[in-house]
Design a protein around this ligand. Structure first.
Ligand code: AHR
Length: 862
């Protein structure tokens, strides 16, 4: 009996001893490997062993490092990662990228958990890098080697050749030399019953524990992120109530620029959308390359047809209207009566009694001098309006006409009928409603533009998004190509898979900002293309190739020219172009974004800094906005913020599309931001749920986040939901804020959240205390003031009403009626709109927050 008691006592003591007294080895083995699973997308994994025989997978197959090379989906693969520790203890990982490129992937780490910037050195041309390995080279090995010096990379190619290349630092590489063979340092072990090939390393046990912890943290985060807002009402046994008290003594000034918009030509947002042009492929510049050859009908003929057998047409490019716009239609008219027909963007929508401006560049090479009949017709030949132009001449001439629509109709077509036989050449065939937004020529669709203006955005970001930096350097948005007469603009492939005329270009953008009282925030590429560009590395200017340094001066000058175009004197080189377009006064540009969620690499930093320094020197009054990658964590975020601190970038652009669970569980995200560092422009965000639609659940998640951002609007100075617009039937990204077709505009539930914030922005934030008998995360409040109003925003994420008692005794408010706006619905409600009413307000305000709701109370100040 005594013995049994002793044993129990001993076991109990053992259980309470600190872990370090337990019988665990000081060092263990880890095995680093990758698999072919998910087409090589799962990255670098670890397994561990104490005897080098039995291996335990971590995760299993938790990813510690993922490749960022090339496009999401088809690329970003990691073949055969190879892990190497240099004599100073730093870890280096190299891997193959694909079966075609002569580049490899490289990243390094101090702890195997946080991995720094990636690079993709081009080691060989005309061959591939498969299964790269690192070795200490002779000198480095002999000398003990400073970290990173005296190394070499050895690899095989698909054809079986073996190469090695010396490198002092795993950044620069000597020309590769062919070698006869090499002995691989990889081993094959069994992990979870499967054979895997990788590298084995003996490491302190604490390193393994850090790896295990990293995986546990990732799992815990993922569980929190997956939390949804749906709750069972039945769990609430008693009414939910809160008391709220303001803390006026601690009020602070906040940004007056908080709510803005993100405009990108995605989802047909510009051509076929906000840009009011009704003719599709007006310039005959549609090209197979717009869709990377995937749609054989997407060419200069797209949207056009001959209207009768007596007319045929071909596409020519011998004598273009302008070299930027080479293609035009060459009609052969055998008999008068038929012409060229355009189907518009899903048809043309006409409104009865409204006037439409038609224009075309036309010529009659045989000088037959007929005019043109312009008709708006239905598919069965109905004529909704027509006009006849003046006569054509031998040379290109712009010809115009005005047509009045006899009826309101969708699906009309435009016919251009030569009133002569023989050859007629036509280009830039255009039709605009005269009723554009503010009646601007070459203007914007009035109803869509108005829905944007109604958000009361303080700024407009343009032209993206990925469109700003393009799919490879040849596809970067070049602002100069989008100004001047439309026929001289340079159209291009839109990386979302269609054609971009540049008709809604930089002039129209600046003009729109002025028309809605918003500040322009243009974003230029930081000299590198989109992180989602096709691969091809440095050599071909694909992802992370970057503009060659010898061309960077030219590029930097182009960025400076943009500022001169916006703000320069009307007699300056670029200011005069603005004046020629009808705007001699400057547009008052104050902000310039440089880069868009780029991979933060050495190639990026080198180019970003050139642009940043040049702008700072020539235009110190311009606030440059840097970029910190596509996520709210990870390498680009960390490295981007490090660069922001080092270079003292005034503002950085954060992007994250997150789940309701993330917004719910990260309400303190900005509370811990350094107030003395760079400010934040939250340039792209939205709540995403499976199915990627917009509903009350996503809208309330966004409202919650904005309430938390308002509390931090001394550091987060600007925000913009993304993307803004999407045309039904042409959507590449969901959800979006405003959906539309040719005749209707359909704002989403999320739109109303943005609108309520836009209409109720303040310049002063008043902190408050909220107490209640509920899940504290699910009721949120924010008090902001401007000169005239106190605005209280209340978010209720509970399925039951919440009775609030708000102590306003320290606020200078007018007691009596106040404006109450409430957005409320079931979580999957996709059509809810705010309801407005009057609420009687006193210093001891009582207000019941409806279940699942966002309320705004706007109270006049004394
Ligand atoms: O908003 C849609 C896209 O999301 C943007 O173009 C890009 O910046 C981000 O990845």
């Amino acid at each position: 009996m005594m013995n049994r008691q002793l044993i129990c006592f001993f076991l109990a003591v053992m259980a309470y001893l600190p872990a370090s007294f337990a019988v665990k080895p000081d060092s263990v083995y880890i095995f680093a490997y990758g698999t072919e699973k998910s087409n090589y997308h799962t990255g670098l994994h670890f397994a561990w062993s104490i005897d080098r025989k039995t291996w335990n997978a971590i995760g299993p197959e938790h990813s510690y490092l993922k490749c960022d090379y090339g496009r999401w989906g088809s690329q970003k693969k990691m073949y055969a990662p190879f892990l190497f520790q240099d004599p100073k203890g730093k870890w280096h990982c190299v891997w193959g990228l694909n079966e075609t490129d002569g580049a490899m992937g490289y990243a390094s780490s101090d702890d195997l958990v946080y991995w720094g910037r990636q690079s993709y050195p081009l080691l060989v041309t005309g061959d591939q890098v498969l299964r790269p390995e690192i070795r200490l080279s002779g000198s480095g090995a002999a000398g003990g080697g400073a970290a990173g010096s005296g190394m070499k990379v050895i690899w095989a190619s698909a054809s079986g050749n073996v190469f090695e290349s010396y490198t002092p630092d795993l950044r620069q590489y000597a020309s590769p030399e062919r070698i006869r063979n090499f002995t691989s340092a990889r081993e094959t072990v069994r992990v979870s019953g499967e054979e895997q090939t990788g590298t084995v390393h003996r490491v302190p046990r604490s390193l393994l524990e850090d790896l295990l912890d990293a995986r546990k943290i990732a799992e815990a985060k993922s569980a929190r992120n997956n939390e949804r807002l749906a709750m069972n009402k039945e769990v609430f046994k008693e009414p939910v109530s809160v008391t709220i008290r303001t803390d006026k003594n601690n009020q602070k000034a906040i940004s007056d620029m908080l709510i803005g918009i993100f405009f990108e030509d995605i989802n047909y947002a510009a051509d076929g959308g906000l840009y009011a042009e009704l003719v599709q492929n007006r310039d005959f510049e549609y090209a197979l390359s717009d869709k990377e050859g995937n749609d054989k009908s997407w060419n200069s003929y797209k949207s056009w047809a001959a209207g009768s057998h007596d007319v045929s047409f071909t596409i020519d490019s011998l004598r273009p209207v302008h070299p930027n716009n080479r293609h035009y239609a060459r009609l052969q008219v055998k008999k008068q009566g038929g012409g060229l027909v355009n189907e518009g963007f899903d048809g043309i929508t006409l409104r009865e009694g409204e006037k439409y401006d038609f224009s075309v560049f036309a010529r009659s090479p045989e000088a037959k001098r007929g005019g043109l009949k312009i008709r708006l017709t239905g598919t069965s030949g109905e004529v909704y309006g027509e006009a006849v132009t003046g006569k054509l001449s031998r040379n290109w001439q712009k010809i115009t006409a005005v047509i009045t629509a006899a009826t309101t109709v969708n699906g009309a077509r435009l016919e251009v009928v030569p009133l002569q036989t023989g050859i007629v050449e036509l280009d830039m065939i255009s039709l605009f409603p005269q009723k554009t937004f503010k009646g601007r020529k070459n203007g914007l669709r009035a109803d869509l533009a108005q829905s944007i203006a109604d958000l009361k955005p303080r700024f407009v970001r343009f032209p993206g998004g990925c469109v700003a930096h393009g799919d490879g350097i040849g596809n970067m948005y070049r602002w100069e190509n989008t100004i001047g007469p439309p026929e001289a603009r340079k159209p291009m492939r839109n990386l979302w898979g269609y054609h971009q005329t540049g008709g809604l270009g930089y002039f129209e953008y600046f003009q729109f900002c002025e028309d809605i009282g918003a500040v322009p925030v243009p974003v230029v590429a930081a000299g590198v293309p989109c992180q989602n560009s096709a691969h091809h590395g440095c050599a071909l200017g694909g992802q992370q190739g970057g503009i060659p340094m010898e061309h960077m001066d030219e590029y930097v000058q182009s960025v400076l020219n943009l500022i001169e175009y916006a703000n320069g004197d009307a007699r300056s080189e670029w200011g005069s172009k603005r004046a020629a377009a009808g705007h001699p006064e400057p547009f008052g540009l104050k902000y310039l974004g440089v880069g868009n969620e780029d991979l933060i690499t050495d190639i990026f930093e080198e180019r970003f800094m050139l642009i940043f320094n040049a702008v700072k020197e020539k235009y110190p009054e311009i606030t440059v906005i840097g970029t910190v990658g596509p996520f709210n964590e990870g390498t680009d975020y960390v490295e981007g913020w490090k660069l922001a601190g080092k270079a003292k970038i005034p503002v950085v652009d954060e992007h994250y599309y997150q789940t309701p669970g993330w917004f719910l569980n990260n309400q303190d995200f900005y509370d811990m931001y350094d107030r003395s560092g760079s400010k934040v422009y939250l340039g792209e965000y939205a709540a995403h749920i499976p199915g990627r639609h917009n509903n009350i659940e996503t809208a309330l998640s966004e409202a919650l986040h904005l309430v938390n951002v308002e509390r931090n609007a001394d550091v987060v100075t600007m925000t913009s939901y993304a993307p803004l617009l999407a045309k039904e039937g042409h959507t590449q990204w969901s959800p979006d804020l405003i959906y539309f077709n040719n005749s209707e505009v359909r704002p989403t539930v999320g739109y109303y959240v943005q609108k309520l914030f836009g209409e109720n922005s303040g310049t002063v934030y008043v902190p408050s205390f909220l107490k209640g008998n509920h899940d504290r995360r699910k009721v949120a409040v924010s008090f902001v003031e401007d000169e005239d109003y106190l605005m209280i925003k209340l978010v209720n994420l509970l399925p039951v009403p919440v009775a609030s008692a708000v102590d306003l005794s320290e606020m200078q408010i007018t007691e009596g009626p106040a404006l109450l706006s409430v957005l409320q619905g079931e979580l999957d409600d996709r059509a809810a709109k705010p309801r407005e009413s009057t609420l009687s307000v006193a210093k001891d305000l009582k207000y019941q927050l409806p279940a699942y709701s966002f309320s705004v109370i706007k109270i006049k100040k004394i």
